[in-house]
Design a protein around this ligand. Structure first.
Ligand code: GLU
Length: 511
């Protein structure tokens, strides 16, 4: 029988989740759903010194916003609980003893100062120090000291760590579903600390023990963890559970827009695009980093953009709903090389979703923005504004910004434009226009369009002579949608009042 797929996202709550982390969670989610498996959220908080207040909640709420849900985890429970490593310390103790008893791990009593000194000595010889088979017998540990000495040190409560005993010159094979077979000599690895003096394991031990106990079948994680994979393979072997070892898939990096190096928060700050799913306020510095959510991205667009940063469907299609992604996703189609992040393309994705969104849904969102700006508007009018602008913008906030002139009469008209576009007869032409439209009962843009155009023709006037000054009077500048739509949205009274004001302003400016 085929094993049920079980994958996990295992962040350390050391800060806000970068979009690279969201992508890792997304790929795990897609893989789990595609294979009718389970997806688990495990919080890896064994490095208590690096914990950041609010980071765990941030991770949970960001993934929820993106529509990435879990079957088990720290926030939803499950039969493998607890899902937070700091609550599992007793479990790890059993495994560290198993490794110690089998001779795969040992106690090390070297103080940080002693290790610094050794490092310096190596540096003087222009060599790099590594705690391993070559050096461990010259250091203070349970392999180099006698049994009695070790016993005494432990009885005296001397601080110690437990290190893994890496064998010398053994070939370790990591089978990676994306990169193929990766072979490494164990001599390149150091005797990593597995257990710290604070009684908690390090990432490596806790990660492997939990993947094993939680019956994880596939470890899908960022490329930065590939160097740790040989140690993890060894630990499975040392813990006698090599046959339970999950398959590994190390995802390519997300690269800076210029394509060199990993995308970092600083790139976002520099170029003004978010690198975090939601806004993040640093609890210490109080510095605020922008988020996709607050920048007006739809979660669907954000997820679609992330899905294609490192994976492709093999077709030209670029717009995928979550269900389609689940259906099409496969680890084989994940690229080996890094994915260059393109902030403009992210906006494009949002634009595509904005265009397709149900107009009523869009209107509700726009109404919210108007409300925040204390703008009172009917649903009908907001809907009209949405349909006029949706093809011209990437974000709903732009609709709010660009339609602001509809709610505040312009005080000044752009003088440069007046100089360039208005003639001595402009005010007279606008007055004539008022006379023509003054009696209209119908103020629909279609009707206005027809009758004003007919009036222009019969008076042998060009659009430039009348329509540009008209737009200027209505908007204050030469921006905005079709003039007839603007007239309709403003309504007859407001339109006439703005044209009259405009006439006065133009008259004064060209005197
Ligand atoms: N705690 C690690 C992280 O913060 C997990 C890496 C892994 O998935 O094994 O990314």
């Amino acid at each position: 029988m085929k094993k049920t797929v079980r994958v996990r996202f295992a962040p350390s709550p050391t800060g806000p989740l970068h979009i690279g982390g969201v992508r890792t969670a997304l790929y795990n989610y897609l893989f789990a759903k595609k294979n009718k498996g389970q997806f688990i959220l495990r919080i890896e908080d064994t490095d208590q010194k690096r914990l950041v207040e609010g980071a765990e909640e941030y991770i949970i709420s960001s993934l929820a916003w993106a529509g990435i849900t879990f079957d088990e985890g720290v926030h939803v429970g499950g039969k493998y609980s607890p899902y937070k490593q700091s609550e599992r310390s007793e479990i790890y103790k059993k495994y560290i003893h198993q490794l110690l008893n089998a001779g795969h791990a040992y106690y090390a009593f070297d103080t940080p100062e002693e290790l610094d000194q050794v490092r310096n000595e190596f540096q003087l010889k222009k060599e790099t120090f590594q705690y391993d088979a070559k050096t461990r017998m010259f250091l203070r540990n349970s392999l180099s000291l006698s049994k009695e000495e070790v016993k005494e040190l432990i009885e005296k409560n001397t601080p110690y760590v437990v290190r893994v005993r890496i064998p010398e010159d053994e070939e370790i094979v990591v089978n990676d579903l994306i990169r193929g077979e990766v072979r490494v000599s164990s001599s390149l690895l150091d005797d990593k600390v597995l257990f710290k003096s604070d009684g908690l394991p390090t990432y490596h031990l806790a990660n492997v023990v939990d993947d094993y106990l939680m019956e994880i079948t596939h470890v899908i994680r960022g490329e930065e963890w590939l160097p740790s994979a040989p140690l993890h393979v060894l630990l499975y072997k040392f813990l006698d559970c090599a046959e339970k070892m999950p398959a590994f898939a190390h995802l390519p990096l997300i690269l800076k827009p210029e394509g060199n190096g990993k995308l970092s928060k600083r790139d976002g700050d520099k170029h003004g695009f978010p690198v975090f799913p939601k806004e993040w306020k640093d609890p210490v510095t109080k510095e605020i980093s922008s988020g996709y959510k607050e920048s007006g991205y739809f979660p669907e667009a954000f997820v679609n953009m992330l899905a294609l940063l490192g994976w492709n469907s093999g077709t030209e299609q670029e717009i995928f709903k979550m269900e389609e992604l689940i259906e099409l996703f496969s680890i084989e189609r994940i690229n080996k090389s890094g994915a260059k992040f393109d902030p403009e393309k992210s906006k494009w994705f949002n634009q595509q979703y904005l265009r397709k969104k149900d107009i009523k849904e869009l209107t509700i969102l726009l109404m919210d923005l108007f409300k925040k700006k204390n703008i009172v508007v009917t649903f009908e009018k907001a809907e009209k504004i949405c349909s006029l602008y949706r093809e011209r913008v990437n974000f709903i906030s732009e609709i709010e910004e660009q339609s602001r002139f509809l709610f505040t009469r312009p005080i000044h008209l752009d003088k440069n434009i007046i100089q360039k576009k208005c003639k001595s007869n402009t005010t007279e032409l606008l007055e004539k226009l008022i006379n023509h439209i003054f009696g209209f009962d119908n103020w629909q843009s279609g009707f206005l369009h027809e009758s004003i155009n007919a009036w222009l023709v019969s008076n042998e006037l060009s659009a430039g002579q009348v329509m540009l000054p008209l737009r200027l009077a209505l908007v204050g500048e030469l921006k905005g949608p079709e003039v007839f739509d603007i007239l309709e949205l403003l309504g007859k009274d407001e339109s006439l009042a703005r044209i009259k004001n405009g006439i006065e302003f133009i008259r004064k400016s060209i005197q």
